[in-house]
Unconditional design. Sequence first.
Length: 199
Amino acid sequence: MIKTVERQFPGDWEPAPIPENIVIDETAYVHTVYSFDLCRSEQPAAITFARGSQVNDGTMFDLGPRARVHIGECALLTSVWFLCDEEISIGAFTMISWSVVIMDTYRMPLGPEARRAELQGLSKRSFRKVAADVPARPVRIGSDVWIGFDCCILPGVTIGNGSIVGARSVVCEDVEPYTIVAGNPARVVRRLNKPEGFP
Ligand SMILES: CC(C)(COP(=O)(O)OP(=O)(O)OC[C@H]1O[C@@H](n2cnc3c(N)ncnc32)[C@H](O)[C@@H]1OP(=O)(O)O)[C@@H](O)C(=O)NCCC(=O)NCCS
């Protein structure tokens, strides 16, 4: 069971306290504690928000018991859905637009018999969330990345530093650094120059 501490965000519409395993730099901004309503992670530092990072309204951290998420320095996120059972990391200066889903697991087995069993089990659980034992593969999004609106980043994907993902793309393979990709499935549109001094 996650303990909570008496911390709250100023002006938050949701009166709940921030869970104690959420680590927030004093210069970071999270719009509402409601973003953690689906966070079941039992890790000591389940979600970490680095210096100057900003998570706007509509973002949800849907985390299983072993999950960890890191939000890098000055990263800016709006209405992002994290579905995480192991690890998702967002690099520094990365920008993620509205309605993006980032998942390191499908949470559901592919076979219909196992899916039925999972759905039947839901009614017997207090938290009523699917929690099938499906393997997770970490997702790593580098620094200075820009992900356009309505994208989906699938399990195991790494997006290299400085890359851009076009609006409404589905990313199922790694993206090399400083590359624009777009479409479903996302394909390379063109390469970008790496500015001097950038990672
Ligand atoms: C990906 C993106 C950055 C590319 O911009 P660009 O370099 O000006 O690219 P172009 O418009 O010249 O398009 C290049 C090619 O990619 C295709 N393309 C561009 N964006 C695409 C997308 N989202 N999905 C599918 N194909 C796309 C174009 O059709 C074009 O294909 P073609 O060469 O076969 O004609 C831009 O299209 C985009 O999606 N930006 C995201 C904007 C956003 O979500 N903003 C939210 C607010 S933060």
